[in-house]
Design a protein around this ligand. Sequence first.
Ligand code: GLY
Length: 307
Amino acid sequence: TLLLSSAGMVQFKPYFTGELRSPHPRLSSVQKCFRSTDIDEVGDRTHLTFFEMLGNFSIGDYFKKEAITWAWEFVTEHLNLSPERLWASIYLDDEEAAECWLTDVGLPADRLVRLGEEDNFWGPPGAEGPCGPCSEIHYDFGSEYGCGKITCGTPSCDCDRFVELWNLVFMQFYQHPGGERDNLPEPNIDTGMGLERAAAILQGVPSAYETDLFKPIVQRVEDLSNRQYGKDQDIDYAIRVVAEHARSATFLITDGVTPGNEGRGHILRRVIRRAVRFGRRIELDGPFLSKIAETVVEHMGRQYPEL
Ligand code: GLY
């Protein structure tokens, strides 16, 4: 049902539906992901088309309480994030999840927010498939990153202050193309944490582009364009577009996609075209994307030898 893997759970769909038996009821993964829905957002501080997704999965095994308490343990005791910076969101009337956060974790009630279907109901990826209510862990970068509006101050504000770090999905339903939902054979867990966001938080920088995952790529764009990142908003935007799209196009081509007029090929073509368009804004000329791709290969080739 999908052109590209848009989430860590994609290859596990037959396990969630009961169509195939999972080799293990508990799984975890580092998954290359590509979200074509976000192409036109790339250039801001938060959206990426290609990213590395970390996840843990329960196929009819553990459920809400374990997923929530283990996630909290991981972020506070292993990533060592300050609990005061962390918020949780839950789906409107998910009292079971609320109970886990307030009683099992001990999260203060004023740092638990209830959000609707758009934010806290995940899936299905594509026209049909597994889906369910979810609960997210958000990181507060501090009021200095806020938009200053009177409504700012909780993760329901859509500005750069709060970043959704980890999404815990309580996969309970199968949604059909018409929108009707059936229960899955068993309740499952699907979680997703973007490595780039985790890196930004851990490295104390405002976005993925300042992390060691992106720095050499951004630097290459700076060198080729003779522009410095961090001096001018429009130039920064263009540098981010070029760096991100060069990275994502490199990974798509590595995985066998070639530019074309339809399907995956069309997505790659859009990415390349957009990179060229924003490249022109910083006076990049000639076949500059292939040069940036070389930096991506040098920088990420150890982890992804197929590059
Ligand atoms: N499947 C969970 C997520 O992508 O956030």
